[in-house]
Write a protein that binds this ligand. Sequence first.
Ligand code: PMP
Length: 388
Amino acid sequence: MKDRTLLMIPGPIEFEPEVLAALGAPTTSHVDPDFIEVFGQALERMREVWLCPSGQPFVVAGSGMLAMEMAVANLIEPGDKVLVLSTGVFGDRYGELLSLYNAEVTVLRAPLGDTIALEEVEAALKANSYKLITFTHVDTSTGVRVDVKSLGDLGRKYGVLTVLDGVCSVAGEELHQEEWGIDVVLTASQKAIGVPPGLALMVVSPRALAAWRERKAPVASYYMDWNNWLPIMEAYEARRPSYFGTPPVNSIFALNVSLGQILAEGMSERFARHRKLGTACKAAIRALGMSQVSTNSAHAAATLTAPYYPEGIVGSEFLPRVKAASAILAGGLHPEIKARYFRIGHMGATNPGDLLATIGAIETGLRSCGYDCELGAGVAAAQQTLNS
Ligand code: PMP
């Protein structure tokens, strides 16, 4: 039997063979003309994927945490006021990170599984003059998606810089950076961008670059300083050799392949596909009698689903059984409910067949743990959505 266990966690995910082939190809010099062309093209393609024609893309070796920190290191000076909207673990992390940079941080925390009412955000912006507001498009610990477009409107209305953690959303959830007025949209390679872990990616608006240029204090990090990276990004885009730190050559070749695939699919088609997969997975979970961490389907993510275990089911027994049935899922992450739920990622290369196989594996896992569900009920519910 073909050994093909699906990696269905919320990142890293299943990757396209062409992307993996680029990673395994012979490494070139970082100033080889072929690489310069590919890096330049990848930067141009990022603007199209982020839907931000006037933005400045950055590609740096690192994970999503580096991208989060890089935005803060460059935009925040000690004493700056920042409003953090937290819909889970990653929102809370932004608060911690900002405090380390001596920002004056106010955290608005959503009730578990919920979002923060826009009126509450607006009241906070009215009451205080913030330099910057951060929010997480999809918090991977809860599967909650926030209303980025409305938050972008508020950012512009109150003259506040907006920083979006799009690690679990970019190239999966609908996002129009420029039209929606978001100043920094950051992500990592291993989720809907479709490239193995290793790249921190972001696109920065002209307004944010202007704020960075006006800062008084120097950036307190050498590696993350845009002063070091901006000339490099500009040089590659102008197809000129350049060097600050050795770029992850193979990862950037792989990134360009994946961005090409994403654009060939089309952004609106890609957003719609993710929405459909997300809706289908959630329908299956409901059909199997499970509830979800996100309390309102209107703000449940397209890129992942976070179901609570049924009564009596324990993750340490259930997850290995699902794996034995060929799908790897993730356990819980949010400290308040860590042992009570699990997470299914369905983004990037995930196709309807992968999702159906995963739901089948979940049914098998549930049954073998003694849960009384009808085999096929989840698959049928997902099929209804996928075929609608
Ligand atoms: N933000 C969000 C929303 C995430 O899901 C993650 C990763 N799970 C991160 C930030 C951090 O990314 P990384 O693990 O690549 O550092």
